[in-house]
Every structure is written in C-alpha cells, then in structure tokens.
Design a protein around this ligand. Structure first.
Ligand SMILES: [Zn+2]
Length: 240
C-alpha cells in the first residue's frame, strides 16, 4: 500500500498527541495515512504493553488511518544504529510516503529526540540505492524511496513551530484518539501512580495549546511542526 503520510512515534500515543488532528484532517481529505510506533511503550509507568496495543488499535480506528504497525524496538533503550535504521528503511520503502511526520527534535523524554533523529536518518538512507533491503517474507529487493518532506511534531516542550496547520474541526477526533489510551491519561478513579501526563492539566493542555496556536494564526485550533529545511513556496501568495 502506498501512503501519502506516514506518521511515526517512539511510543503509542506520541502520534495522537503530536499530530492527531492533522492526520484526521488529511484522512477526511482523502489522503492515505499510516502510523508506525517504534516501541510498545512497555516501560510506561501506567498500563502494560498489551493494554497499549489495544488502546493504539482503538485510537487508529478513531483517526481513520489506513494502517498501524509496531516496530517492537526496546522502549527507553532503542538506539539510532544500522540495525534499527535498516528496519525502518524497509517500512519507508514499503509504504513510499510523500510525507513523514515524526517525534519532536528536542523533548523531556529521551526517546523523542532519539526517535526523531533515527527516523530522519532512515529517510535519508532509504533513498540510497546501494542499501539493499527485502520487505518481510516477500523476498523481492526493494526500490529506494526518500520522502519529500519530514515534519517534526511538538511534544512536551514548547518548541517554536516553523509550520502551523489549521486543524479546526478535527480536535474532537484528536482528543477522542488520545483518550483511547485510558490507562495513560487523567482518570480520577485510577489507582495507578501519577505521571507527568496523567494530570488533568496535561489532558486540558491538549486543547488549550491547540487553541493558543490557533489564536496566533487566526483560527480555532492548530498543530505546529518544525522542519529540517526552508519552507519553499511557488509564490508569496501561497501562505494562508
Ligand atoms: Zn512518547
């Protein structure tokens, strides 16, 4: 299956929090969208790898994405090396996305910038034809593929975005997809330990941060991204 957008996160729920509304909007616009989680989030304080598998599947259904896979890399300990890059190159060449969206370039959780750099490096290497790969059991040598653009969503830290997407009308889908991770977020009934993302303030921040970015560009809600190269336009009139 060829995808228009492949969104990648170190942990299940990174993508929902980082770019859930953008994905829901692009799906509604008829784009083919997929998600890859690098790990199963097995080191998360709350819930288990199994509960998060189930929550991730529910969230994918809410966003309407066409596929979701898990690389099963080691939560907390995966590294940006040849083995991990090759596994990701196989996925990039299989799905041939025009756009990759991935983790924040700088953040509180060490897996976020690490995942960000790993994905970025894999995107570059995926375009080199002398790196030979075979996808799963298909047995056929894959063709090189390099996505046109990489966008990095913004996570815990308030980074300055380079590109801001109007996601007005898609916040309900985003919030429902995030809250599909029932074990992770605010739940006054939960007996599990508090974490930085289980507070009511964190859950509320999903909406107020989007509203604030929206305010700054004159719309209801927005999601922001950083990019690795200049934003290029055909004409100065292209910007919203
Ligand atoms: Zn994460």
């Amino acid at each position: 299956m060829k995808l228009d957008i492949l969104a990648i996160g170190a942990h299940p729920d990174d993508v929902e929090l980082g770019c859930g509304a953008t994905l829901a909007k692009e799906v509604a616009n008829g784009k083919k969208v997929g998600i890859i989680d690098l790990t199963r989030g097995e080191l998360g304080t709350r819930g288990t790898a199994e509960t998060r598998d189930e929550e991730a599947a529910n969230a994918a259904e809410i966003l309407g994405v066409h596929t979701r896979e898990n690389m099963c890399f080691a939560d907390g300990f995966f590294v940006n090396d040849k083995d991990h890059q090759i596994e990701l190159i196989k996925m990039i060449r299989h799905y041939r996305p025009e756009i990759i969206i991935c983790n924040a370039v700088d953040d509180r959780h060490i897996d976020h910038p690490k995942g960000s750099q790993l994905v970025s490096d894999a995107c570059f290497l995926s375009g080199l034809k002398k790196i030979e790969t075979v996808y799963k059991a298909e047995g056929q040598k894959q063709e090189p593929w390099r996505p046109k653009t990489i966008y990095h969503y913004i996570q815990w830290k308030d980074l300055e975005p380079d590109v801001v997407v109007d996601v007005t009308g898609y916040m309900d889908a985003k919030e429902a997809a995030v809250l599909a991770y029932k074990t992770q977020f605010f739940d006054p009934q939960s007996k599990e330990p508090e974490t930085p993302i289980s507070s009511k303030n964190f859950t509320d921040s999903i909406n107020y941060r989007a509203r604030n970015l929206g305010r700054l560009i004159g719309v209801e809600h927005a999601e922001g991204y950083t990019v690795e190269r200049y934003v290029a336009v055909e004409s100065l009139f292209d910007l919203k």
